[in-house]
Structures are given as structure tokens and as C-alpha cells.
Design a binder for this molecule. Structure first.
Ligand code: ADP
Length: 164
């Protein structure tokens, strides 16, 4: 059984992420979405909210599982009985960061492979931070994120409980 891990902060999940999940789940027997806290990013949604939104957004994909983790990614991947990390690539600006990350993980554990999937052209401009920026200024995010994310963001804006 080939299991792959898609790690990320998914704050929030976008249609670009869902596209990668759909394509990865067509290649692997099981895909585990590993949600983690990225210390370099200030989250809009709590870990629990992000996991819930991911579950709702991927319920149409049968061989996908959503999980939260902290600690070292290579150890988490092994715990999931996997040796494959899937990352999405958008513009060249992603490349340097991802290249460095992949080499670092390879250095720590040579058995783990990072596999890159190129974004679909219609999502190449899409990022969680872009969504947060749009939401902050009340921009239209329809079609850029799953419907449950759109609803959740609207709720947060109305309650003024957002933390962007
Ligand atoms: P991280 O905090 O690890 O960068 P993100 O949630 O921002 O996590 O992204 C998770 C993964 O999804 C990363 O590999 C990122 O490059 C990829 N990704 C984000 N947006 C897109 C998109 N629009 N198309 C393809 N891949 C994407």
C-alpha cells in the first residue's frame, strides 16, 4: 500500500490545495493531509478549525485522511507508514524554499522522497495568504476556496473575531 503525506498549514485550505489532493489521491492508495503549525506564519484559523475545514473540503475523496501533527516531518511521515511527501509548486518563488526543505529532509532521512506536483494553471496565483488578504478587505473569494471556507470566513468577518 502506497501512502503519501501532504503536509502544510492550510490556513485556510484553498481550491489549489484541493486540486493537489485530488491528483495525489489518484496516484497513491492513501493520502494523509498532515496539518502543522508553521511558526513563520500567523494563523487565521485554529488547528481544529483547519482540520474541520479540510475534512469538509475533501469528503468527496475516498482515500484521504486529515490529521494534525507537530514535531519533525520526517518522523511523522514514518509514523504514517509512508516515505513520500507531496508538495505543490506554483511559481519559481516556491522552488527555492521547497528545494532547500526537500534536501534538508533527505539529509535527515534518505529513505524519504519529496514529490512535487505542479499547480494547475487556474490556481497558480492562489495562496492562503492571498485569501486572507482578500478577506480582510472584504474581497470576493468565491471559486477560490471550498464553499465551507467561504462560509467560515464570512462568519469570522461578521463576528469580528478574525485574527489576520
Ligand atoms: P506551508 O505553510 O507548508 O507552506 P501551505 O498550506 O501554504 O503550507 O501549502 C501547503 C502546500 O500546498 C505547499 O506545498 C504549497 O506549495 C502548496 N500549494 C499552496 N497553494 C497551492 C496552489 N495554488 N497550487 C498548488 N500547490 C499549492
Amino acid at each position: 500500500m502506497r501512502i503519501a503525506v501532504c503536509p502544510g498549514s492550510f490556513d485556510p485550505v484553498t481550491n489549489g490545495h484541493v486540486d493537489i489532493f485530488e491528483r495525489a489521491s489518484a496516484i497513491f492508495d492513501e493520502v494523509v493531509i498532515g496539518v502543522f503549525h508553521n511558526p513563520n506564519k500567523k494563523p487565521m484559523f485554529t488547528m481544529e478549525q483547519r482540520v474541520e475545514l479540510l475534512k469538509e473540503s475533501t469528503k468527496h475523496i475516498k482515500n484521504i485522511r486529515v490529521d494534525a501533527f507537530s514535531g519533525l516531518l520526517n518522523e511523522y511521515v514514518k509514523q504514517q507508514h509512508s516515505n513520500v511527501i507531496i508538495r505543490g509548486l506554483r511559481a519559481t518563488k516556491d522552488f527555492e524554499y521547497e528545494f532547500q526543505r526537500a534536501l534538508l529532509i533527505k539529509k535527515i532521512d534518505a529513505e524519504i522522497e519529496t514529490v512535487f506536483m505542479m499547480t494547475s494553471s487556474e490556481y497558480s496565483f492562489l495562496s492562503s495568504s492571498g485569501i486572507k488578504e482578500l478577506a480582510k478587505f472584504n474581497g470576493n473569494i468565491k471559486g477560490l476556496v471550498p464553499e465551507c471556507v467561504e462560509i467560515k470566513i464570512k462568519q469570522c468577518m461578521n463576528e469580528h473575531s478574525y485574527n489576520i
